[in-house]
Write a protein of this length. Sequence first.
Length: 289
Amino acid sequence: MKGIFSALLVPFDDQGRIKEQGLREVIRNNIDVQQVDGLYVNGSSGENFMLTTDQKKKIFEITHEETNGAVKLIAQVGSINLDEAVELGKYATELGYDSLSAVTPFYYKFTFDEIKNYYETIIEATGNNMIIYAIPALTGVSMSLEQFDVLFQNEKVIGVKYTDGNFFMLERLRKKYPNKLIYSGFDEMLIYGAVSGVDGAIGSTYNIHGNLAKQIFEMVQQGEVASAYEVQHVMNDIIEKVLELGLYQTLKEILNVKGIDAGTVKQPMSSFDPAKREAVEKLVRDFNL
Ligand code: SI3
């Protein structure tokens, strides 16, 4: 369960339907070209929170079938509809996903006891392992070290996908929990996570440059931090441009330019602006993506 995981992008058509063949192409690119160690399925990058339960199941199913055991699979099943989270957790567990993950419940100001109950309910109903998905910038849920302590008491909580820039907290978690899996969540900060001793990283941009992320991660593990930093500079030149042009739209357009059918994003996100196509083609050329 260690290494670089792409947070899987999901191709949609103009009507918001999943492009099944395109999804298979995106998966194959991740495995065969980017050579990532695993896929994080139905996360933010999968536009999960805009999908129906059936669409989420279909994505779990296609991904499991296409990967056929080649890489590790984490199923993000979190939902503020706990019944849905349980249903998806059971579905992914039966398919054979290596672990579940669930975003902290958001929108309402849930108490910590409610958050704890949410995780325990999914774990008890599925019997599967759980990776907490902490992303305070989007959920508004910022857990304290003491709250992580409580959740980590459950041995089925095997780790955390830590999408935060609080490296003091990351260091504290690493020191206190050497045996829990910690995944770095912000691709542009991968090197800081790597020197903090994370077990892996999960990110959207690894769909287009997972190979660079692997280099950073491996260089740091071999003590070649200065070289890793050079690669992070390159990765961040790409990410900076992607963020400027529009995150998921641009990642998909890069894949489209390369001949991988990544489709478009799901409304209410707005589709890629064709006026930006030339900038994307230049990005692909300049960085040999
Ligand atoms: O699917 C997912 O849950 C993610 O990709 C989460 C991951 O932390 C990404 N965050 C978001 C909100 O997309 C990052 O990979 C992020 O896209 C990247 O660092 C660019 O900012």
